[in-house]
Design a protein around this ligand. Sequence first.
Ligand SMILES: Nc1ncnc2c1ncn2[C@@H]1O[C@H](COP(=O)(O)OP(=O)(O)O)[C@@H](O)[C@H]1O
Ligand SMILES: O=P(O)(O)OC[C@H](O)CO
Length: 498
Amino acid sequence: MSKDFLLALDQGTTSSRAILFDKSGAIKAVAQQEFPQYFPEQAWVEHDPSEIWSSQSAVMAEVLAKADVSARRVDSIGITNQRETVVVWDRKTGQPIHRAIVWQDRRTADMTSLLQSGGHGDMIREKTGLLPDPYFSGSKVKWILDNVEGARKKADDGDLAFGTIDTWLVWKLTEGEVHVTDATNACRTMLMNIHTGDWDDELLSLLEIPRSMLPEIRGCSEVYGECALSATAGVPIAGMAGDQHAALFGQACFERGMAKNTYGTGSFVLMNTGEEAVKSKNNLLTTIGWRIGDKTEYALEGSIFISGAVVQWLRDGMGLFRTSPMIEALAESVPDTNGVYFVPAFAGLGAPYWDPHARGLIVGLTRGSTDAHIARAALEAIAFQSCDVLEAMAKDSGTDLKELRVDGGASKNDLLMQIQSDYLQGRVVRPKVTETTALGAACLAGLATGFYKDRKEIAAQWEEDKVFEPERGAEEIKESRKNWKRAVKLSRDWHESE
Ligand SMILES: Nc1ncnc2c1ncn2[C@@H]1O[C@H](COP(=O)(O)OP(=O)(O)O)[C@@H](O)[C@H]1O
Ligand SMILES: O=P(O)(O)OC[C@H](O)CO
């Protein structure tokens, strides 16, 4: 039977998705399931690994049924996932010993501040391309080992396994046979040296994490094992990358200097820097774009923790509208924010501020402020945050960005994309397929099996849907950009440590 399809498993922060692509990169079918978020304490965020697995395996079966395609016609599976989120499980029982600690969780803020004040910041930056922040996996693993009864002894005895979500899914898909991660997920743990491509003993000993817990680090495009589940039994798992890296690949940003921004729960801007691991002088991260065969390509990244999530908060927390897309009409009903600025630092601030103690605020309110102004200020905030990161990126890379390729749930919002282009004073380009994260994972799998010959074939499939050009001049936006920075200043260092 001919193999006509690639299956992408896209395990995101708020939902698990499975998408079936045909060879031209067109979507044949999508299945999606949201799963519960747990907020046990202020600024803590957890997921239940078994709910992640049950939602992901359910959508995998559902998408094939929806498309009426049998697993025998699926060439291979590509996995992509929310990054940094930590699962620790017992190797013997396969049971997690704690809920997954999610990338947004701030419980280890004091721990990472100590790493900084203890003089480890430069070493961490040099080796990992990251900076000490609770965002990354390492401090979360240490927290589990320190706080779950009996965990440290079990870890020392070699009975525990650690994984980011990619690792957890492969473990489940292969029924405990394969314990691997890929270079892009590994490089977000703060435990890997991005220059050697291996776990780093100095970092492991600093965080007291035994090497025996860790998965093997593999490339992004190779066969890791075969699926053991009945719905997809025998299909090779052949692609794996963190969601932002997969999106960079799916956007065909294959040349140095090309960049994308994914507007999901957070926003993540990545710029390809080729084989050079560019060191940021402006508080961006140096990250692995992908590793294919023995070649590693790098990227600069600006990670913004809250973007689409602010829309969700206005929807669910404030009840301003019923569905996320409805924010567009509400925000469009006013010509501007009437002086309102909204800093959505719900989970502290990521790049380029890196302040885990910042908290959200809305300023500039008057008796004339309405829900529409607040909605518009939320969209402006999404755009402002990306501009802050892109400004830093231009300085670090020494290149002015020619265009920004966009994707993710909130990129469907035309008003937001126009605001982005205005504040950026540059071209914003949205492709026909905005599921580029899943597409990237599928393509990585297809490259490994020979379904695709080379990257050129993939790049040729990328098609533009809509281009946004600035409608306002540089002078017109100057005042707003200045006020945004004033608002950010006010949000800083708000939460006091215990
Ligand atoms: N039309 C829209 N305008 C603004 N935000 C949107 C729109 N549609 C979806 N969103 C936001 O995008 C996010 C979902 O995007 P998605 O790429 O699925 O995220 P994730 O992968 O992080 O779960 C949600 O936070 C939602 O509020
Ligand atoms: O699930 P997303 O799309 O919000 O992405 C989460 C990021 O990978 C976190 O680093």
